[in-house]
Design a protein. Structure first.
Length: 653
């Protein structure tokens, strides 16, 4: 079961990890708290230098990782009088070629997120120039490097890490002593950058970047990484060998570096996957379950065939002592996992529910499925959605955001032309209306790459997604349109990939729906791998709404079930309910996903995976069923999995 201590449900594990981690790591419950911590350290260093009448040199990164850090520094400037008068900055990199004023330039990014909001003298700002003529680039890079030296070298360097393991734009193959230079971007890095450039062919193929050698000269380094999509590369950089194939691993040779993570980014570190290998642990049943599943996977055996030797050979002799050997432990954990499997996600009326994931009563439950984007409901839990409806629960679905940025311009155009032609065919096309349509079509025709949509286009794109969501919800069995809710949460409506902050207006939309429906069950996306963070913010809104309403009696019986989005499944020991699907049900779910036509083939923001959403969902659900089969349970076609979020103010079952 997940608890309220962190979004991933894990509490910090308090012992020293020396064996596997070759870099000092600090894990925080969320990226906001982590960023505040780093901001405080930087502010302290700035103030100390101010006291001594000295300047401080900061090395800065762009990308999503340092955004909250910059927000915190801006807050400190505004609210605590932190001055940047004595700060000199050097940015790591810039795309090439890239005009400063382009919305995708790192020059633009830095001014938008930091420099425009603090009192740093403009002559103290250094960002590699993406407009230097090609033949002058080598000389320019030497000059940049020299400026760093002349400023006295970098005191504090902030880094993110790319999924290739790059720091700055030092892609795999970069050598340890490399200095500022022109580089080619890796294919994966360019794909990750599509979110800012719209199409892959628009992403520059080159960049100017400080080298590994330039970074290693910094006196203190903070490497920031958030989210599951960073977990694999973080493990390689932190636990793997030093290798130019993972440029961030060179940091293992630096004397003063700190890796700052949130839990999802730390998900693959040994301290998370197998903490018993790192030191003394407190053997809770959850941890024992994790250890059993881990041993079964390591040995390739089903749970009931694991022996004392298997456990002893895998560093689990202490667990054997505590549990009286493999036989009893195996049966205990086997039963626990067996009890997660149910075809009755809303509970089975009249059945003994003492070992079932959901309560038998009331027989007919009110359920709300929250879907961050308009297609997450069917992608992530389409099978369960249909079962809840088939089993006659009162199912509501709430689409939290409009999802409007993920609609192609050509689709919007098609719909506007359709409307205009339809109105004309009915003799209803007034001059004003025609002008209105023309304005939208002109905008779409002349739209620059990466330009934000005008409100009219956003409205049309949002409506396209609404129609698709409604069609999919109806296909999933919802008969009453009053049970389909569109929240259009305001934080999402920036017209850009980067969203606004969560506000009370967002939380109230969720809270009001909860109050109106008084559900027994709420399903929400607990998927933290969403590349734009929308899922994360949507979950925060739901948790905040629960917090707000926790005094109401009906909230005691309102259970929150989390599903994960299209990217990753929960590790099996975190699953509290696994809903099997037959081949027919898998096919039905697929059709529901197909209702989202604007997301078919290649959605504008596909994330890190080339497969279409229905393929990802299918593969993932099959993999979950396969994992259960390997552990010795019945063989199903596919399974959807859920973890229950436990609130400490809710009475135990
Ligand atoms: C940015 C930079 C890159 C990013 C890295 C991670 O100046 O040099 O190394 O830090 O690509 O990007 P995000 O933070 O967007 O995941």
């Amino acid at each position: 079961m997940l608890n309220t201590s962190s979004p991933s449900g894990k509490s910090p594990i308090k012992f020293q990890f020396k064996t596997f981690e070759k870099l000092p790591v600090k894990i925080w419950d969320d990226s906001r708290a982590a960023s505040l911590h780093v901001a405080k350290s930087i502010a302290l260093a700035i103030r100390q230098k101010q006291q001594d009448g000295e300047q401080i040199v900061l090395g800065l990164a762009t990308g999503s990782s340092p955004i909250k850090l910059y927000q915190e520094l801006v807050n400190m400037h505004r609210n605590e009088g932190l001055s940047f008068q004595n700060v000199i900055t050097f940015n790591l990199d810039e795309y090439y070629p890239m005009p400063k004023e382009a919305p995708q330039s790192y020059w633009h990014f830095m001014h938008e997120h930091l420099f425009d909001h603090v009192d740093i003298p403009s002559e103290n700002i250094h960002i590699p120039d993406g407009t230097i003529p090609m033949e002058k680039v080598a000389e320019y890079c030497q000059w940049y490097e020299k400026q760093i030296d002349l400023a006295g070298g970098i005191d504090i360097q902030v880094l993110g890490i790319g999924r290739t393991g790059h720091i700055g734009f030092n892609e795999p193959g970069s050598w340890e002593t490399s200095l500022t230079r022109m580089v080619r971007l890796d294919g994966l890095t360019r794909r990750d950058a599509i979110k800012d450039f719209i199409a892959e062919e628009d992403v520059p193929t080159r960049a100017i970047t400080m080298g590994i050698g330039s970074i290693m000269k910094a006196r203190t380094i903070y490497l920031l990484a958030w989210g599951q999509h960073k977990a694999d590369i973080v493990k390689e950089a932190v636990e793997g060998p030093v290798s130019s194939q993972v440029p961030a691993s060179f940091l293992q040779k630096h004397p003063n570096v700190r890796v700052i993570l949130d839990w999802p980014a730390a998900e693959r570190l040994t301290r998370t996957t197998a903490p018993w290998l790192c030191g003394m642990v407190n053997w809770t049943e959850d941890l024992a379950c994790q250890a059993v599943v881990w041993t079964a996977q390591k040995t390739g055996k089903p749970i009931l065939k694991l022996t004392n030797e298997d456990y002893n050979e895998h560093g689990l002799s202490e667990l054997m002592l505590k549990e009286n050997g493999a036989y009893e432990l195996n049966i205990k954990i086997f039963n626990r996992l067996q009890h997660t499997i149910t075809g009755w996600p809303g509970g089975k009326a009249g059945a003994d529910d003492s070992t079932r994931p959901e309560r038998a009563n009331p027989a007919r439950k009110r359920s709300i499925i929250f879907s961050p984007h308009p297609d997450d409901d069917v992608i992530s839990m389409g099978g369960t959605f249909m079962r809840l409806v088939d089993q006659e629960h009162d199912v509501h679905v709430a689409y939290q955001t409009s999802g409007n940025i993920a609609v192609h311009d050509h689709d919007a155009r098609r719909y506007v032309e359709f409307q205009r032609e339809y109105m004309a065919s009915q003799g209803m096309l007034s001059e004003n209306l025609n002008k209105h349509y023309q304005k939208i079509l002109d905008f779409l025709h002349n739209k620059a790459k990466g330009q934000a949509d005008i409100p009219e286009v956003r409205a049309i794109k949002g409506l396209i997604r609404r129609g698709e969501a409604r069609a999919a919800a109806r296909y999933s069995g919802i008969k009453d349109d009053d049970n389909i809710h569109f929240l259009d949460m305001p934080f999402y409506e920036t017209g850009h990939v980067h969203k606004g902050d969560l506000t009370d207006a967002d939380i109230d939309l969720v809270a009001n729906l909860l109050k109106a429906v008084k559900p027994h069950q709420v399903y929400a996306a607990g998927d933290l791998a969403d590349p734009h963070g929308t899922h994360r913010v949507c979950l925060e809104a739901i948790l905040a709404a629960f917090e707000k309403l926790k005094g109401e009696t009906w909230m005691q019986d309102c259970w929150l079930w989390l599903y994960r989005g299209a990217w990753h499944e929960f590790p099996i020991h975190e699953i509290d309910m696994a809903v099997p699907m037959s081949p027919d049900q898998v096919a039905r779910k697929q059709k529901a996903i197909f209702m989202h036509q604007s997301q078919k083939d290649r959605p504008p923001f596909p994330g890190e995976d080339d497969r279409e959403f229905w393929q990802r969902a299918k593969d993932r659900n099959k993999a979950t069923a396969e994992l259960y089969r390997q552990l010795g349970f019945a063989e199903y076609e596919a399974m959807e999995a859920f973890a229950r979020w436990k609130f400490d103010w809710q009475k135990p079952r």
